[in-house]
Design a protein around this ligand. Structure first.
Ligand code: ADP
Length: 402
């Protein structure tokens, strides 16, 4: 008999339409989770490329997997798991954790995947047609190929279930709300990570009213009170709220009626317009990438950046109103963590809230970036992958004990 391995590996998967991002976390006997590998499969369906980095960012593999790319993800996921298990001969793969965009009303916590759960997740595809199919298909493939590998689904919507009904409702006829046409909110794994870590980062404000600005390619903001989500800017879909890389954010629904009636747009065209052709890209006509726009001398790029900062500042104030006040502002995700000028412009608009940034601290972009006496403003790097690994490891441990 061999003693059980003191270490376990957890695979974290984020499956998109043409790419799969993955990370592997190692759990040691003292329950500490450390990311040891991270990588992606890109170009799936055309010319799949596989790349992996180690914990310090060193490249471990960069290969073409085009010959295994039939357009189906099953052979690619099998190759990925074979590569990982070869690489980690002494650390058994204990489970896979998935990022699933929509949990609907039923899934308000991470859940172990069963055949019924897969069916339930498939039934939610109409709520998130651009992301849910890929999320569920990766789960189904692993369930069919690796019968003994426990899988845990972690939801972008789940963290927001603590919100009061008024924050979740649209002013629509009750029967539509009852059918699930209400606000769900997204980026929940990111907000949950921030909420869990605030007590160690800034214990004096962790229990207070915090607005978290998750500004990336997809952007949203969340009102956290005592570590729970009480309001957020994304709603029924990941379109509501602030403008994003290629998404419009909130627009008057009357615009949609006009586009349908006067411009003859159908559902697919509208979806493409609002998800792919709008936001920073649509306004600038140049790029969805904030870095490119900040470096550009085009007035249209400047307008896109200005519109983004204006709308984010407005939402921060709206979420403060939602909580009856604000005790701290946190920036996170690609733009939130890395863009000094965007943080500065947003905060300039919020001087009336008592916010004054410390320019040197803002340039350093770590922890507290506001001046003494200001409403505290912090930069906190998010880590959605860690959150998925944590839920996965915790649920697997719980099941084993049970
Ligand atoms: P996603 O929503 O896809 O997870 P991220 O949170 O990684 O995206 O954010 C990606 C975006 O962050 C990029 O599109 C880019 O606009 C922005 N970004 C990253 N680094 C910087 C930077 N140094 N300055 C400005 N923007 C940045």
């Amino acid at each position: 008999m061999f003693p059980p391995s003191p270490k376990q590996a957890f695979l974290v998967l984020n499956s998109g339409s043409s790419s799969i991002k993955f990370s592997v976390f190692e759990k040691t006997s003292d329950d500490v989770l450390t990311m040891i590998l991270t990588g992606q499969l890109t170009g799936i369906g055309t010319d799949a490329q596989f790349s992996v980095k180690g914990a310090k960012g060193e490249t471990l593999a960069k290969e073409s997997w085009a010959e295994r790319d039939t357009g189906a993800i099953a052979p690619l996921l099998q190759s990925l798991i074979a590569w990982i298990t070869d690489r980690l001969p002494d650390t058994p793969l204990a489970a896979a954790g998935h990022r699933v965009v929509h949990g609907g009303r039923r899934f308000v916590h991470p859940v172990q995947v069963t055949p019924q759960v897969i069916l339930d997740l498939e039934s939610l595809i109409p709520l998130a047609p651009l992301h849910q199919p890929q999320n569920v298909s990766a789960i189904r493939v692993l369930a069919e190929t690796f019968h003994d590998l426990p899988q845990i689904a972690c939801f972008d919507t789940a963290f927001h279930h603590s919100q009061p009904r008024r924050a979740r409702s649209y002013a629509l006829p009750r029967e539509l709300t009852d059918r699930g046409l209400h606000r769900y909110g997204f980026h929940g794994l990111s907000y949950e990570y921030i909420a869990r870590h605030m007590p160690s980062i800034a214990p004096e404000i962790a229990e207070g009213r915090i607005v978290v600005a998750h500004l990336g390619n997809g952007s949203s903001l969340c009102a956290l009170h005592r570590g729970e989500s009480v309001d957020t800017t994304m709603g029924f879909s990941a379109l509501e709220g602030v403008p994003m890389g290629t998404r419009s954010g909130s627009i008057d629904p009357g615009v949609l009626i006009y586009l349908i009636r006067e411009m003859g747009m159908g559902a697919d065209e509208l979806e493409h317009l609002l998800y792919q052709r709008s936001g920073l890209l649509g306004v600038s006509g140049i790029s969805n990438d904030m870095r490119v726009l900040l470096e550009s001398d085009s007035p249209d790029a400047a307008e896109a950046v200005d519109l983004f900062c204006f709308r984010v500042a407005k939402e921060i104030a709206a979420l403060a109103a939602s909580m009856g006040g604000i005790d701290a502002l946190v920036f996170t995700a690609g733009i939130g963590e890395h863009s000094e000028p965007v943080r500065a412009r947003i905060c300039e608009r919020l001087a009336w809230l008592g916010i004054t940034l410390d320019a040197t601290a803002n340039a350093r972009a770590e922890g507290l970036i506001s001046q003494p006496g200001s409403l505290p403003v912090l930069v906190v790097p998010t880590n959605e992958e860690y959150m998925i690994a944590r839920h996965t490891a915790d649920l697997v441990a719980l099941k084993n004990v049970a």
